[in-house]
Design a binder for this molecule. Structure first.
Ligand SMILES: Cc1cc2nc3c(=O)[nH]c(=O)nc-3n(C[C@H](O)[C@H](O)[C@H](O)COP(=O)(O)OP(=O)(O)OC[C@H]3O[C@@H](n4cnc5c(N)ncnc54)[C@H](O)[C@@H]3O)c2cc1C
Ligand code: FES
Length: 290
C-alpha cells in the first residue's frame, strides 16, 4: 500500500499528494496516469502522474475535490496509506522531434499539462504555456511552469489575475501575432479543449488533447472510456489519453462524461454527510495504532 509522503493544498479546491510508489516512479512517463482507490468499498478513479522522481521513488498526484472519491482521498494525510494505486497507465506524450510547443492547461488540467511542458522543455524545445483559471484564488502551478517553460501566460475568466479571458483568446492573439508551433497540447474541461481545437483548425496546427472520459479499470477491459476519434471507436485508457483534437467527437464525449451526473450528485450528497464520521473513524484508528 503506497504511503503518502507529503500532502499540500494548492488552492481552495486542489490538493497535491506525493506518494511513495517506487515501482511506478521507475516506469512513469509524461502523459501517463494511475488508477487510485482510497478504500475497499469505493471506486477507482484515474489521476494523472503530475510529476515523478525515480530516485526518491515518488509520484505526485494533484486532484480537484469534486465528489465522493476525491473527498475520501482527501481524508488521508501524510503518513497514511492509500489502499491501491495502479500504473503507470496510458500512452506517454510524444516529445521527440518537437522544437516549438504550446502547452495549454485549464483549471485542474494545468496539473495534467505540467509534466508535458516539463518534458518538452527538458528535451530542448521552446515551450510556451497558457494556463487559465476562473479567478485569482484558483491559480496554482505558476512557479512550477515558470521554471519549465520559455514564456508563461496566465488568464482568468474574471480578470482578477493575468489577462482577462479564456485561454483560446490568448492563443488566438499569439497565433495572429505570428507565433508558430509544431504542436499545441491542450488539457482541461471538454469545452475548453474543443475551443482550442476550433482556434487552431484554420491554422492547420496539430493539436493534441488529453481525453477524460469515465474510466473504470484503466486497462482496456470494460469499454467504459469509449470515445470516437476520426469516426472510429477508441478506448481512451489504452489508445490514449492523448488524441488528435481535430478528429475527436466532442459532442459524444460531453454526453458520455455526463451520463452518471445524477447518480454522482446523489452519492456526493449522501456520502458527504458521512465524511466527518469517516474522518473521525480514521483518526480513532490512527490513535489506536500509536
Ligand atoms: C486519464 C484521466 C486523468 C485524470 N487526471 C486527473 C487529475 O490529474 N486531477 C484531477 O483532479 N482529475 C483528473 N481526472 C478526472 C478525475 O478522474 C475525476 O475528477 C474523478 O474521477 C472524480 O471522482 P469523484 O468521485 O470525486 O467525483 P464524482 O462526483 O463521482 O464525479 C465528478 C465528475 O468527475 C468525472 N468522473 C467521475 N468518475 C470518474 C471516473 N471513474 N473516471 C473518469 N472521470 C470520472 C465525471 O466527469 C464526473 O461528472 C482525470 C480523468 C482521466 C480520464
Ligand atoms: S477504462 Fe475500461 S476500457 Fe478504458
Amino acid at each position: 500500500m503506497p504511503t503518502i509522503v507529503t500532502k499540500r493544498y494548492l488552492n481552495p479546491i486542489v490538493t497535491m499528494m506525493e506518494l511513495d510508489c517506487p515501482h511506478i516512479a521507475r516506469k512513469a512517463k509524461p502523459g501517463q496516469f494511475v488508477m487510485v482507490r482510497p478504500d475497499a468499498l469505493g471506486e477507482r478513479i484515474p489521476l494523472t502522474i503530475a510529476d515523478y522522481d525515480p530516485v526518491r521513488g515518488t509520484v505526485t498526484i494533484m486532484y480537484q475535490r469534486l465528489g465522493v472519491t476525491t473527498h475520501k482521498l482527501d481524508l488521508l494525510e501524510a503518513g497514511d496509506n492509500i489502499l491501491d494505486v495502479v500504473g503507470p497507465l496510458g500512452n506517454p506524450t510524444e516529445v521527440e522531434g518537437v522544437q516549438r510547443a504550446m502547452v495549454i492547461g485549464g483549471g485542474v488540467g494545468s496539473a495534467i499539462a505540467y509534466p508535458q511542458a516539463k518534458a518538452l522543455f527538458a528535451a530542448g524545445a521552446q515551450v510556451d504555456v497558457i494556463i487559465g483559471f476562473r479567478s485569482k484564488e484558483l491559480v496554482f502551478m505558476e512557479d512550477n511552469f515558470r521554471r519549465n517553460c520559455s514564456n508563461l501566460y496566465i488568464t482568468t475568466d474574471d480578470g482578477t489575475y493575468g489577462e482577462q479571458g479564456y485561454v483560446n483568446k490568448k492563443l488566438e492573439q499569439l497565433l495572429q501575432a505570428g507565433n508558430q508551433y509544431d504542436v499545441v497540447i491542450a488539457i482541461g474541461p471538454v469545452p475548453m479543449m474543443r475551443a482550442v481545437c476550433q482556434t487552431t483548425l484554420p491554422y492547420q496546427l496539430k493539436t493534441i488533447v488529453s481525453l477524460n472520459p469515465i474510466m473504470v479499470d484503466g486497462t482496456g477491459m470494460c469499454g467504459c472510456c469509449r470515445c470516437k476519434v476520426d469516426g472510429q471507436i477508441k478506448f481512451a485508457c489504452v489508445d490514449g489519453p492523448d488524441f488528435d483534437g481535430h478528429k475527436v467527437d466532442f459532442d459524444e464525449l460531453m454526453i458520455r462524461t455526463a451520463v452518471y451526473r445524477t447518480q454522482e450528485a446523489d452519492a456526493t450528497e449522501r456520502h458527504l454527510c458521512n465524511l466527518q464520521r469517516m474522518a473521525d473513524e480514521l483518526k480513532e484508528k490512527k490513535g489506536g495504532a500509536q
